[in-house]
Design a protein around this ligand. Structure first.
Ligand SMILES: [Cu+2]
Length: 245
C-alpha cells in the first residue's frame, strides 16, 4: 500500500469500488486505532456521558410514566397530553456557514483533501446551518470505534440532507470525511462524491460560548493508517469555531 493519498484514492477507484472492505484487512484495525487515539482524548468520557445520560433518560421516563398513570388515576391531570413547556434551547437568529472539500491541493500535501473556510465565528443559541460541498471522489471507510461517526449526531432534526435526500447515517464504507464538533456532539458524515460533487447540509445550535475544535474523523489523510498529512495539519481537516454572545 502506498503512503500517497492520491494513489490511494486511485487505488480505491479501481479496487475499492469492487470491494471497499478489502483494504480494511490490510493491517490490524486495532493497531490503527491505537495510532489514531491521540486525536481522541475525550472518547471515553463521551461514552461514559452517553451511558449516564441514557440511564438518566430511562429513570426520567419511568418517573413520568408513573406520574402520568397515578395522575390520571387520581383525576388530577393528564400528563400524557403534549407539554406546552418552552423548549430548553430557543434559537436566536440563523446563519449559514459554507465549506468545501477540495482535492486539487498543491504543495507538500498535494492531492490530499482540504476543507475551505475552516474557522468561523457564530453566536450562542443561533441556528447554524453547515453546508459542506465535497469534490472528493475517494472514500476513507470508517474502522472500529470510528464507526459511530457514520451516524448524523446533534443536528436539530437528527438528520442531514445529502443533496435533496434526508438521511440519518451514511454507510461506513461510503464515508469520505466527517465534520464533527465534539463539544456539541455534532457530527455530519460526508459521503463520497460519486457524481463529482455532493452537498451535505445540517443545522445545530451552539449552546455555550468559547472556542471549539472541529475535525474530520474519517482516516482521509496519508500514511498507512490515513492519519498523517491532511489529518494532522491544522487548517486542512480541522479548525476552530468561536461561539460568542
Ligand atoms: Cu477528512
Amino acid at each position: 500500500m502506498s503512503d500517497d493519498r492520491s494513489s490511494r484514492s486511485e487505488g480505491l477507484g479501481r479496487e475499492g469500488a469492487r470491494d471497499p472492505l478489502a483494504r480494511l484487512g490490510a493491517s490490524d484495525p486495532l493497531a490503527r486505532l491505537g495510532r489514531l487515539s491521540w486525536r481522541r482524548p475525550k472518547r471515553g468520557a463521551a461514552g461514559a456521558a452517553i451511558v449516564v445520560g441514557s440511564l438518566v433518560g430511562i429513570l426520567v421516563g419511568l418517573g413520568v410514566t408513573v406520574a402520568a398513570v397515578s395522575g390520571v388515576a387520581a383525576g388530577i391531570r393528564d400528563l400524557t397530553k403534549p407539554s406546552t413547556a418552552v423548549p430548553a434551547v430557543a434559537a436566536h437568529g440563523a446563519v449559514t456557514e459554507r465549506m468545501s472539500i477540495l482535492t486539487n491541493t498543491t504543495g507538500k500535501l498535494g492531492g490530499q483533501p482540504r476543507y475551505t473556510n475552516t474557522s468561523w465565528t457564530v453566536k450562542k443559541d443561533q441556528k447554524v446551518t453547515v453546508v459542506v460541498t465535497s469534490y472528493d471522489t475517494g472514500t476513507a471507510p470508517l474502522q472500529g470505534a470510528q464507526m459511530m461517526f457514520s451516524k448524523v449526531m446533534g443536528s436539530t432534526t437528527g438528520t442531514e440532507l445529502v443533496g435533496a435526500k434526508t438521511v440519518s447515517s451514511v454507510p461506513d464504507v461510503m464515508v469520505a470525511h466527517t465534520f464533527t464538533i465534539d463539544a456539541f456532539n455534532f457530527n455530519m458524515p460526508i459521503p463520497v462524491a460519486t457524481k463529482g460533487h455532493v452537498t451535505v447540509t445540517a443545522t445545530f445550535i451552539p449552546t455555550k460560548t468559547g472556542t471549539f475544535v472541529w475535525q474530520c474523523y474519517a482516516p482521509c489523510g496519508s500514511g498507512s493508517n490515513g492519519a498523517s498529512g491532511a489529518m494532522s495539519t491544522t487548517g486542512w481537516m480541522e479548525g476552530n469555531i468561536k461561539v460568542v454572545n
